[in-house]
Structures are given as C-alpha cells and as structure tokens.
Design a protein around this ligand. Structure first.
Ligand code: UD1
Length: 316
C-alpha cells in the first residue's frame, strides 16, 4: 500500500514512517521541516519519497497525495501555548492546511484518511477518564483547531464519501521528541533539563496529570485506524487509560537518572487543562487496540534515548 504521511519528518511522523517501511509499505512524506527534521528519517531515507512542502500549499498536497491509498495527517502546529501567542498562525496551518489535505485526499480517491486529533478537544470537562461521547469544549485556540479538523473530516465523509477516522492523541512522548523549544512536550523538556544539570520548570503545582502515551502505542493505534473495518467516521481516544502527575514523573526521573531533582515551580500556563486521561474502550472494541508499552517502560526507553542523543556533551 502507498501511504502519504503529512508531518512525516516530525517526532510522531518519523516513528510512523519507520513502522510503515518496516511493514513493507510505500511512503510519501510531506513536511515543511518547520518542526520536523530530515535526520529523523535517516534510517529509511533511501526507501521513502520526501517532499519538502507545506500543507498550506494545496498544489503541494495534491501532488503528494497522487496515487496514495491512505493518508495519515499529522502535520500541524502542535503547541497549546504557541496557539495562545499566535492564534492566527495556528488556525492557518491546522484548519486551512487540514482542509487542503482533505480536499486532496478526496480528489485522489484514497481509501481512508486518519487525522491526528487531540485530547485538548475535551477542554476542562471534569469527568475522568474522557470518553468520546462527552461534548467537546476546547479551552485553547489549539484545541479548537484540532476539533475543527475532526468536524471537517466527518463532513468530508458525509458529503463526499471520504472514509476517515480521527485519533485524539493524549500527550505522546518518546525518542525524537524535540526538547529544544519552549513549546516542546513536557517530558522532553524535563529530560533535557536533567541531562544538562538544569532545574526542570513546572508550570503550576505539578499536580496536573496527563495520560502520557508512548510513541509505539500511538503508531500502532493510528495504523489500526487506517485499516479497521467499521472505523470510518469515528473518533477514538489515543492514550493508555492511565494518568500520572508531573510531580510523580519527576520522582521516576530521579530514580532513572540517579540524580536529586529540584524543580522550579512557575505560574500555570494559560490554556492548559488540569487533568487528562483517556477511556480507551472504544479503540479496544473497534480497533482491537491495546497499549503495547506502559508508561514506566516507555519513560525508561525514552530516557535512554535522550541520554544517547543529548548526554554526550555533558559526558553522561
Ligand atoms: C500536548 C501536546 C499537544 C497534544 C496534547 C494532547 C506537545 C507539545 N503538546 O499538549 O500537541 O494535542 O498534548 O493531549 O506535545 N509543562 C511544564 N513544564 C514544561 C512544559 C510543560 O510544567 O517545561 C506543563 C504544562 O504547563 C502542562 C503539562 O506540562 O500542564 C503538559 O504540557 P505539554 O507537554 O506542553 O502538553 P499539553 O499542553 O498537554
């Protein structure tokens, strides 16, 4: 099969592409390299077709989509605080860009498109775990854009018969997550800080919790969402069903690193939700999904990877 992976040079995308290649599929990557890096694709570079271009460029998306059987749409501006800073920029990439991808997928008559939606669609709904039947109520511009992407995908199913599925990712982490920006995922920030002997910064009291999901789980679930019968038109949580607070994560990192960690506590970030935990029973039922790697194992594997990638300069 031929897959188009938008955002395929990024953290999640490149792990997805590795697995697709491992399974013997043909892969086209469309990535503007704004967050992704060609080096993330080093292991498969000679086997894939990498197109450097943006999803905001319809012609580039159409060309990349040509002949595709499946589209996995990951390209996005991913950060909540960045969307608070720049709602127009996030809206442009995440909504206009997604619309381009849907139009191109429709015109190329692909079998199905799977959209990387986000748990941020739930907003502050107090009930845990979050089930897909709860009303969406995003509290950040980013959450809005990801929810609108779902609505568009569903409407393209109804209006044009484009098969689609959405997976609401819950805080994905793992090797290749880029820790270098203030907008990077919290686990990557914490690990880099510990490796560099800096104080990790916690926004708020550290008692906020997340369903941190190791990358291999989300790759597996997303590929299931491409192929599973009866999944079209549906929205699935992409998590593990558990949650852990930032303070608990720091304790585990102390154990892994063998270092005493003294975090710096700053005021909470605007647009952040407090708690997040996925109910994964729908994905279990329809996709046959089960998390393959549990949090602590994922954390350990990620830690080993960061030590290799970022620890050398510090001699650790
Ligand atoms: C993350 C994803 C988002 C995804 C969502 C799904 C990233 C960058 N964002 O958002 O794309 O849709 O999960 O649930 O991966 N924090 C700190 N210190 C830091 C950085 C963050 O304390 O240095 C805190 C934040 O204030 C927040 C929590 O950690 O309370 C998680 O933040 P972050 O990793 O940015 O993820 P989300 O905002 O949950």
């Amino acid at each position: 099969m031929r897959y188009l992976v938008t955002g395929g040079a990024g953290f999640i995308g490149s792990n997805m592409v590795d697995e697709l290649v491992r399974r013997g599929h043909k892969v086209v990557v469309l990535d503007d390299l704004s967050a992704g890096k060609e080096s993330n694709l080093a292991d498969v570079r000679s086997k894939i077709d990498l197109r450097v271009g943006s999803i905001t460029d319809l012609a580039a998306v159409q060309s990349a989509c040509h002949g595709a059987d499946y589209v996995i749409h990951l390209a996005a501006r991913t950060s909540v605080p960045r969307s608070v800073q720049d709602p127009i920029g996030t809206n442009f990439v995440n909504i206009d860009g997604t619309l381009n991808v849907l139009v191109a997928a429709r015109d190329a008559k692909v079998r199905r498109i799977v959209f990387a939606a986000s748990s941020s669609a739930y907003g502050e709904t107090p009930t845990l775990p979050k089930t897909e039947t709860m009303p969406a109520d995003p509290i950040s511009p980013y959450g809005i854009t990801k929810y609108v992407g779902e609505l568009y995908a569903k409407v393209f199913g109804r209006v044009y018969g484009l098969e689609n599925a959405c997976v609401r990712y819950f805080n994905v982490f793992g090797p290749r997550q880029d820790p270098s920006s203030q907008y990077s995922g919290v686990l990557s920030r914490f690990m880099l800080a510990v490796i560099e002997g800096q104080q990790p910064v916690v926004f708020g009291d550290g008692e906020q919790s997340r369903d941190f999901t190791f990358i291999e789980n989300i790759v597996d679930e997303t590929l299931r969402a491409c192929e599973a019968r009866g999944a079209s038109g549906m929205v699935f949580n992409g998590g593990t069903g558990a949650r852990i607070t930032l303070n608990q994560v720091l304790k585990l990192l102390e154990k892994l690193s063998g270092k005493k960690i003294q975090a710096k506590y700053d005021p909470p970030r605007t647009g952040d939700i407090r708690d997040s935990q996925a109910d994964i029973s729908l994905a279990e039922k329809v996709l046959g999904y089960q998390p393959l790697v549990h949090f602590e194992e994922g954390l350990q594997r990620t830690w080993e990877w960061y030590k290799g990638a970022y620890g050398k300069k510090q001699g650790g």
